[in-house]
Design a binder for this molecule. Sequence first.
Ligand SMILES: [Mn+2]
Length: 239
Amino acid sequence: MNGDIIDIWQFNKRYWPKSHMKVIKYILKWIVTGKEIHYITGNHDEMLRKFKGFEIGNFKISNKVILKLDKEEAWFFHGDVFDVTMQYSKWLTRMGGVGYDFLILLNSFINFILEKIGGNRMSLSKTIKNSVKGAVKYINRFEKTAVEIAASNGYKYVVCGHIHHPNIEQFQLNGKKVTYLNSGDWVENLTALEYVDAQWSIYTHNPTHFEEVVYTEVDKSNKELFNEMLEEFNMMKKE
Ligand SMILES: [Mn+2]
């Protein structure tokens, strides 16, 4: 999990949908069944950076991870570290953080209006990323920086997130081949990276599949769980 899994700044005690709990349960199930899980910190869950190196069973929190994949080394990190070093353009470097979030908010508002008046939904951030010269430069610069550092350290793969731009691309630098990979996001692209049989690919989720999955299992509400506990205690009190 390559950063920004939980948006701690947006965290709200009163808003914790069952679908979120389901994801946590799923990850817990992986931990219990012995799957190795790395939680890499991002800028939205930067509070967890305090717990860098925390390990419980096969679950580990880190800022970066190096994995051996078929004798080659893959370097994983979120990517917000470049926000400081690139200093390319102030508003663009913040695109991965505040600026992008604002764009998504504005976008959902525009889509809300568009749907009301019978128009088609649109992706503002995709339009901006693909048409604004600076945005394209920002993405290129991000990719280049990652590839340069990966090449000088002898990593074959460099795997990032942060810039909401899914991509798999081969680079050649001073005779060294480096594959740049970006997992994209689950805000608008709904993408993840998969590595199967020594082959990388980008998984794209079909948004129409969400409903089917989320409502198949009947979960108990917090109130139901509390009442269950209450019953247990009441049973204890009986003479
Ligand atoms: Mn980020």
